[in-house]
Design a protein around this ligand. Structure first.
Ligand code: XMP
Length: 357
């Protein structure tokens, strides 16, 4: 069979030959395993002629930007430009409620921003970058566009994954997709032999549209837009004792972000992170009645989703220990202001998808 060392050597050779001795290459890093491994591979092949960008769309998890930038810099020495585009994304998302529309808006905005990055680079280099690296995997290819004879009969889009076929049309860049024939576990193995930290390679996948697909409906509703920008400072909101004051600061992304951080940390502490394909919190835009202290509350719910899977195409819900769930529920209700109910998603894929939108 194929040894990963052989695949690595072959890929490096193909990338060097494809790019040639003078061309420059650009890459959008999402902070996920796939784009990071793809970029590391291309960096190994052509060095500083690779130029990466990481876009903060304001829909990332708690401290995500700081965490991934540190890995790129300290562990991988990748040349990465960090672009804060929170305002652009959130203003474009205003009033958008339909899941596929959200993905399109986010995908289009991403293309605009990445296009500007490429143009800036062109000015600096005095020539156009010729290639774009994408971390497309085999399952992405078949889920977006099932090949004939694959046994998959749907001809409509189930979910448009913006990172497949999301190339700006007038950019005239050629694609390099070095992971196109690999499954997830093979990508992790490839990353490992190139020295990508194992803890990074074991990270759960995170969708490009981020928390936008984990907050059903309009993520910017009401005055949330202003507040969303402060998503990383959620600890500050906890300090608002006065509920009136809290309402001013309250927003769905903040709750999701905080509950998610508590959930993931608990999973890591229990030593079960690596047995789970993906785990996250989903904001439920439903007000239900509760009682906290001697106060009646009318607050939102948080759903917890954790699944096992081999490739994300099918999935089973994860069987947590009851004690673990009980403690988690208590913690989330105590610590996340504006949440008085915790739900567990016990649906597999199919019939559900992994994400809620
Ligand atoms: P679903 O929800 O379709 O998810 O069962 C399967 C896997 O794909 C991820 N996912 C996305 N990834 N852009 C992405 O980059 C998207 O729009 C998107 N939607 C879902 C999801 O997190 C899971 O790993």
């Amino acid at each position: 069979g194929w040894k990963m060392e052989d695949i690595l050597e072959k890929e490096l050779k193909v990338i060097k030959e494809t790019v040639g001795p003078d061309n420059h290459v650009i890459c959008a890093l999402s902070g996920g395993v796939d784009s990071t491994v793809a970029a590391t591979l291309v960096y190994k092949a052509i060095g500083d002629r690779l130029h990466c960008a990481f876009v903060d769309n304001g829909l990332l998890r708690y401290k995500e930007r700081e965490r991934v930038m540190e890995t790129f810099d300290r562990d991988l020495h990748l040349p990465v430009t960090c672009i804060d585009a929170t305002d652009q994304f959130l203003s474009k998302l205003k009033g958008v409620t339909e899941p596929e529309k959200k993905r399109k808006v986010i995908g289009n905005e991403f293309i605009c921003i990445f296009d500007a990055f490429a143009r800036d680079l062109e000015k600096k280099l005095g020539k156009k970058p010729a290639y774009l690296v994408q971390g497309t995997l085999y399952p992405d290819v078949i889920e977006s566009c099932p090949p004939p004879g694959s046994g998959r009969t749907h001809s409509h889009t189930i979910k448009s994954h913006h990172n497949v076929g999301g190339l700006p049309k007038d950019m005239k860049l050629k694609l390099i997709e070095p992971l196109k024939l690999l499954f997830k576990d093979e990508v992790r193995e490839l990353g490992r032999i190139m020295g990508v930290p194992v803890s990074f390679l074991k990270r759960h996948p995170f969708p490009g549209p981020g928390l936008a697909v984990r907050v059903p409906g309009d993520v910017t509703e009401g005055n949330r837009l202003d507040i969303l920008r402060k998503v990383y400072e959620f600890r500050k909101y906890k300090q608002c004792k006065n509920i009136q004051q809290f309402n001013i600061f309250f927003h769905s992304l903040c709750c999701t972000c905080q509950a998610d951080e508590i959930f993931i940390q608990a999973i890591k502490d229990a030593g079960i992170y690596d047995s789970i394909w993906q785990a996250f919190a989903v904001f439920m835009p439903v007000l239900t009645v509760g009682v906290q202290g001697d106060q009646r509350t009318h607050s939102y719910a948080i759903a917890l989703r954790a699944v096992t899977s081999h490739d994300g195409m099918t999935a089973d819900w994860y069987y947590f220990d009851y004690k673990f769930l009980a403690d988690l529920s208590t913690r989330i209700c105590n610590e996340v202001q504006g949440v008085n109910r915790v739900l567990l998603d016990i649906t597999s894929k199919p019939p559900a998808t992994i994400e809620w939108e």
